[in-house]
Design a protein around this ligand. Structure first.
Ligand SMILES: [Zn+2]
Length: 422
């Protein structure tokens, strides 16, 4: 697809249609109350939460799209100015509430952008999403897969959320005289909290803004801000530190639980702060202990536990996802400098076009680069299997897009609904 037609989770580029996968902060950087660039497509849940996240946002820009419903967008080629029809089908990402993947189809082929996603093999929702994807594809292969590569490393092996939930409940039950604090983000892990509430027949305390989010999500009787009603409370992830837990223990015996697929450690320099370890690459210099599988809850210091409850896919789930879709080209969407893991490194072998020989030469090249630079190289393999570095697009394209009349940049586009296959 040409640049300047569709933007996903990117808000500062000239585009004709904008897609939001979900409302986590790292996907909304650049989005604000005053953002007016064009129509913004998202799920019904995201559309209901977004005006509260960005007060004053022009809601007339929102275009709500339902899981499984294919929509046709009539866009314009930024280079030839010829009309281009793009079909898009949202698929359940099973990440946080409202999270979607987007499957695009047009003369450019089939492109799937996963956003953040969890692909639990045992989950009915994932099975449904899988059937939906395959139904829409009708035997066609994905040409380009933009994938959540957060845990795209065999080191990351953790159980389904159902199992991790039991681990959290066990910790709470075995500490009947303790207060419990659980670190969460401003969206996500609601099911964990609801299941704790059900299992123990208690309410969960949250902070006021989070209570409003819970109410918008339809949870009416599970959550409270009343301190006297419950010993279990969720706190913002950024405030979940050893210092916080120590401070709370000065007042009452307190256990901290961090649900995360990342190993959490002591900061060696301070010996107090909890932080997510930066796994730089498959050749990480971090402690070998870090690279062990994490199927169980771990007790850290200071009455703090790390439980492998994750809303991202672990490595085996990513492997299954790629096996099912057999994409011709894969690109990781998580590109923060210290955790970028190129999916091509681990999954070149599943590609039906790659011979064993070219696979080996690819891996050996990656290894050489990794050892010289000390971090995972950012590589992209083209369809003809020549290794090519990912470089910024020529700025001329951006300028050309920004010169387009407002109507062609996205202020007004023709939309029509059509079901897949129709
Ligand atoms: Zn997310």
């Amino acid at each position: 697809m040409e640049k300047g037609m569709v933007s996903i989770d990117r808000w500062n580029e000239g585009s004709q249609a904008y897609f939001l996968t979900h409302l986590h902060d790292d996907h909304t950087a650049g989005l604000s109350a005053s953002w007016r660039r064009g129509p913004l497509f998202c799920s019904p849940i995201t559309a209901s939460l977004l005006p509260f996240r960005f007060r004053g946002f022009d809601v007339s820009l929102l275009r709500v799209i339902e899981v499984g419903a294919t929509r046709a967008l009539d866009l314009v080629s930024p280079t030839s100015r010829a009309p281009v029809r793009v079909l898009v089908t949202p698929i359940d990402a099973h990440h946080c509430p409202g999270a979607l993947m987007y499957l695009f189809h047009g003369t450019f082929g089939w492109v799937l952008y996963t956003g953040d996603f969890r692909w639990e093999l045992s989950s009915e929702r994932s099975q449904l999403a899988k059937r939906m994807l395959l139904d829409v594809l009708q035997g066609n292969a994905i040409d380009v897969l933009y994938m959540d590569n957060t845990y795209c490393n065999p080191s990351f092996s953790f159980p389904p959320r159902e199992v991790a939930t039991k681990q959290v409940i066990d910790i709470i039950v075995t500490h009947p005289d303790h207060d419990i604090v659980i670190g969460i983000d401003n969206l996500g892990k609601e099911e964990l909290l609801v299941n704790i509430s059900k299992a123990l027949n208690i309410k969960i305390r949250v902070w006021p803004e989070r209570l409003r989010t819970m109410h918008l999500l339809g949870y009416k009787d599970v959550f409270t801000t009343n301190t006297s009603l419950t010993r279990v409370r969720a706190i913002p992830r950024y405030s979940f530190t050893f210092e916080t837990i120590d401070g709370l223990n000065q007042l009452r015996p307190t256990i901290g639980i961090m649900p995360s697929g990342l190993p959490w450690l002591l900061d060696a320099s301070k010996n107090t702060t909890l932080y997510a370890s930066p796994l730089k690459s498959h050749q990480s210099e971090a402690s070998p202990d870090l690279l062990q599988h994490m199927p169980h809850a771990r007790k850290l210091k200071h009455n703090a536990y790390c439980v492998p409850y994750s809303e991202h896919s672990c490595f085996s789930e990513i492997a299954e996802f790629i096996k099912v879709l057999q994409p011709s080209n894969i690109s990781g969407i998580v590109s923060s400098t210290y955790i970028y893991i190129n999916p091509r490194y681990y999954f070149s072998h599943v590609d039906r076009y790659l011979s064993d020989k070219s696979c080996e030469s690819f891996k050996s090249e990656v290894n050489q680069m990794g050892s010289s630079s000390g971090c995972q190289p950012s590589l992209k393999v083209r369809k003809e299997w020549k290794i090519k570095y990912v470089s910024p697009r020529p700025s001329v394209l951006v300028r050309r897009v920004s010169r387009l009349p407002r109507a062609r940049r996205g202020a007004k586009i023709e939309e029509s609904d059509s079901r897949s296959g129709s």
